[in-house]
Design a protein around this ligand. Structure first.
Ligand SMILES: Cc1cc2nc3c(=O)[nH]c(=O)nc-3n(C[C@H](O)[C@H](O)[C@H](O)COP(=O)(O)O)c2cc1C
Length: 438
């Protein structure tokens, strides 16, 4: 069964006739779903007050992308399907795909042990260039070997190292966001990765530190620069903060002043193109890393590319456009998993995000959260009011993980010294056994 929109395609595509149309020629590779979105009316006043932007690019090692934007690695979210969807939108206002799109994190140990599922996670689509893979690891030797394997097997054009995971299971053993506290260990991991990667650039992504009294980002930035990392991205929160409160953009400014030889990327609480422009303006960052803001809103990458190109175009989809995007996401997931049921199970977690602010009732959301197949998806989406207009502010702002600060679970005595004790070293490998992102 194929979706029949309640509005004719012509009408749907004409939604933006009175609006500012894109000045960029939509590449032929962009599917209709995405092309149709190009003409949605701009958010009223969205460009008002936004700092004037001139086109700026982002260079990571040998790669230069047209828009200084990175899709944040998100475990369970940024698989090939979601990355491709984001790229399709990013391409709307860009000469390329409008940024870098990083894979879900894989553990270096799983790659070294040749786990098929982990290698599948780093599978890239034909369109994905450069191929950005995120690696998590705690042991310099294992990380080095994983990087060598990625390079030998020609599986990555860019490798990002994750030092931000706040999950207690990981930090309790010394991994994730608390690892940079041990400066020598951090140095050995990054240096080893850079050496093993050869011409493939290695970047670092980290948090501000363990807590306000144990900040690590300044040392991490200087070390990353010193040992040859191609950029450093800072999420303006500590491990204790998890995803609570507001990201501290002052720390990003501070890092940008300190680290002058490699790009510094800012991360945290970018929900719109205007936020991204403001972050760059306020902090001097060379680019932005965008995570939760694009959950259920992959078209944010079109807005970001437009914003950095100085264009006022913003995508303001009616419910029909959202349904088409969800359908496209579903198709890409089925292709990626090569299994319709699995693709649909993955899509279920995106349902609430896609419909944030739209008049879609609890019963309908519940039905969609049990979707089994593409045909089932089509049937369920067809019951929605495709003409429901863009809800404005209700569809914008924070989404995804939030919560409250949580105690930092560190190994006993971890914060007493910046050197790694033998006892801590012995437990460290366990930190790679069970990880779930940053
Ligand atoms: C569901 C989820 C999964 C995440 N997984 C990872 C990950 O695998 N690697 C990583 O470095 N950060 C991960 N993060 C952190 C994000 O990359 C990003 O740093 C964080 O969400 C802050 O950016 P934001 O405010 O734009 O969301 C994850 C975040 C979320 C919400």
């Amino acid at each position: 069964m194929h979706i029949t929109p309640r509005t004719s395609p012509e009408a749907a595509r004409g939604m933006g006739q009175s609006a500012v149309m894109t000045t960029f020629d939509v590449p032929p590779t962009v599917p209709d779903t995405v092309q149709a979105m190009a003409g949605t009316p701009p958010v009223a006043g969205s460009s008002a007050g936004a700092p004037a932007a001139s086109r700026r690019t982002l260079t990571i090692g040998p790669h230069t992308v047209d828009t200084p934007v990175v899709l944040a690695p998100m475990a369970g979210i940024t698989n090939m399907a979601f990355r491709l969807l984001c790229r399709e939108f990013g391409a709307l206002h860009s000469q390329d795909d409008g940024g870098l799109y990083v894979s879900e994190m894989v553990t270096s140990r799983a790659l070294v042990e040749d786990h098929a599922e982990s290698w599948r996670l780093v599978t890239m689509g034909e369109r994905e260039t450069p191929r950005s893979v995120q690696l998590y690891g705690v042991d310099p030797t294992t990380v080095r070997r994983a990087v060598e394997m990625l390079v030998e097997r020609d599986r990555a054009d860019h490798i990002d190292l994750n030092f931000g995971c706040p999950v207690p299971k990981v930090t309790r053993r010394g991994g994730g966001g608390i690892l940079p506290w041990k400066t020598e260990l951090f140095t050995r991991i990054v240096r080893g990765a850079v050496e093993a990667a050869g011409d493939v650039p290695v970047t670092v992504k980290t948090r501000m530190g363990i807590d306000e009294d144990h900040l690590t980002y300044r040392d991490a930035g200087l070390i990353a620069q010193e040992v040859g990392a191609a950029s450093i991205a800072l999420h303006g929160r500590t491990v204790v903060q998890h995803y609570s409160g507001q990201a501290n953009w002052d720390a990003i400014s501070d890092l940008k002043e300190l680290v002058t030889d490699i790009p510094v990327l800012g991360n945290g609480d970018i929900w719109s193109a205007e936020d991204a422009l403001r972050m760059v303006e306020q902090t001097g960052a060379d680019g932005v890393v965008v995570g939760r803001g694009c959950q259920g809103r992959p078209w944010l990458f079109a807005d970001l590319a437009a914003g950095f190109a100085g264009l006022p175009d913003r995508i303001t989809p009616d419910l029909g456009h959202v349904c088409r995007t969800m359908r496209r996401h579903g198709e890409l997931l089925v292709e990626f998993f090569e299994d319709e049921g699995r693709g649909m199970r993955d899509l279920r977690k995106h349902v609430a995000w896609y419909f944030k602010g739209y008049p879609v009732g609890g019963e309908m959301r519940h039905r969609l959260a049990t979707v089994e197949s593409l045909a089932d998806l089509d049937a369920k989406l067809a019951d929605l009011d495709w003409d429901a207009p863009y809800p404005g502010a209700d569809a914008e702002g924070p989404r995804g993980r939030a919560g409250t600060p949580k105690k930092a679970h560190c190994p006993e005595g971890w914060m007493d010294s910046r050197e790694l004790s033998d006892e801590h070293r012995a437990r460290l490998h366990e930190a790679e056994l069970d990880t779930s992102g940053g």
